[in-house]
Design a protein around this ligand. Structure first.
Ligand code: ATP
Ligand code: MG
Length: 390
């Protein structure tokens, strides 16, 4: 039996004139994601893209799993290819979907006929195939409203396809169709979720992580790389910069009033990230901040960090509760890694009584107490280590 994967793209269908280039980008992303699994042929046909494995040893389970994480796909399904012949369609439906039909209590058949020369019309195909399956699986009942399985028969130009239920796709827009942005990634729960959410809107990611050895360990950094690998299954390749942050944190500790430590550290993170982002053709920064989560994320504190960068800062978690963020992190597979207990540079030198309503003028004055700040920032940017995550 010859099996293929059928891809239904989602919002793409709305894109009018741009639709072709969006579809091409989607196919390029799919090819990239399947490149280590063997050779496939990709064919666009109406609102479907057919993914055809070109050798028998390709594991379609793995391919389906990988494609279910590619943004821009609303739904996908495995389908069996057969001759455009009613008897062949019937026996293929019986054999190919046997296991699922045995498990189901109810079913219905849907037919699509793009080859109008096929002798049976769609309702006749449904009737014929439905009647045949009822005679072969005695326990089954027809339910046209809420069936356990929908058996779909598509009669196309060269072949017919038989398939069972769709698998939900990752949704969103193909990565790369929305430009590039830099995610400030920590080892926590929120920033990987923020990265995923922006990648879902078609944004290609680059990442910046601040490390403060010896206050933060090598294991903490490895944890961040693990998280990025999980995100990369959705977002594709992520060019990552690990920025040495120790000297700057020590300078903040030595020169600034304690109540402003965190907010100044955040501002400097923004400034450094902006420099790296611009060098990477990124048009925005992304953080995992959420209003009110901690003292440095009150509305007043966010206003002080926001104006440190001269580019838009996207905060997709801004209005979410922690349990909503956790639900997404579980879904995308980052949660278990995020909760491993390694320190982040944010937990180094944390003030006992941080200002929750900092005034921007006071913060800037406090920050100016670091004499050689520009030089320290340039040194950190120059010392950043590049890692390609895929
Ligand atoms: P998370 O770390 O998962 O985002 P959190 O509640 O620990 O959640 P904070 O530590 O307050 O959040 O950090 C807020 C945001 O600042 C993070 O979402 C991230 O975007 C950025 N950030 C924090 N620490 C780092 C770091 N070491 N490197 C890069 N960005 C960081
Ligand atoms: Mg954190």
């Amino acid at each position: 039996m010859k099996e293929i994967i059928l891809i239904k793209n989602g919002e793409l269908a709305l894109k009018g004139m741009n639709r072709n280039s969006f579809e091409d980008k989607l196919i390029k992303n799919m090819k990239h994601r399947l490149s280590s699994m063997g050779a496939f042929e990709f064919t666009k046909s109406q609102s479907t893209i057919m993914v055809d494995p070109l050798s028998d040893d390709i594991d379609l389970d793995d391919a389906t799993e990988a494609l279910s994480k590619v943004f821009g796909i609303a739904a996908l399904s495995r389908a069996c290819v057969c001759e455009k012949d009613l008897d062949d369609i019937k026996s293929t439906a019986r054999d190919y979907l046997q296991e699922q039909l045995e498990e189901a209590k109810t079913f219905k058949v849907e037919a699509k006929r793009s080859d109008k020369k096929f002798p049976l019309k769609s309702p006749e195909i449904c009737r014929e195939v439905g009647g045949f399956l009822l005679s072969k699986f005695n326990h089954l009942k027809v339910d046209v409203h809420n069936p356990d399985i929908i058996v779909t028969v598509e009669v196309r130009d060269k072949y017919a396809f038989v398939r069972g239920n769709n698998i939900k796709g990752a949704g969103g827009m193909p990565t790369g169709t929305g430009g590039r942005a830099a995610i400030l990634i920590s080892g926590g729960i929120d920033s990987p979720v923020a990265a995923y959410m922006m990648a879902k809107r078609g944004i290609e990611l680059c990442a910046v992580h601040f490390a403060s050895p010896p206050y933060t360990s090598e294991l903490a950094e490895l944890k961040v790389m693990e998280l990025l690998k999980e995100v990369a299954q959705y977002a594709g390749v992520i060019t990552t910069y690990v920025v040495p942050f120790t000297k700057l944190q020590e300078a903040i500790r030595d020169c600034c009033p304690e109540e402003y430590f965190t907010i100044i550290m955040r501002r400097i993170m923004m400034q450094i990230s902006e420099i790296i982002a611009r060098s990477q053709n990124c048009a925005a920064l992304i953080t995992g901040e959420s209003v009110g989560q901690v003292a440095s994320q009150t509305m007043h504190a966010l206003a002080c960090t926001d104006c440190a960068a001269n580019m838009p800062v996207f905060r997709p978690c801004i209005g979410m509760d922690k349990d909503e963020i956790v639900a997404i992190s579980r879904k995308i597979g980052t949660f278990e890694t995020s909760i491993q207990p390694y320190e982040d540079c944010c937990t180094v030198f944390t003030p006992k009584h941080p200002k929750t309503r900092p005034q921007i003028d006071d913060v800037i004055k406090a920050q100016q107490k670091i004499e050689n700040l520009d030089a320290l920032i340039n040194e950190a940017v120059d010392g950043a280590r590049k890692v390609i995550i895929r």
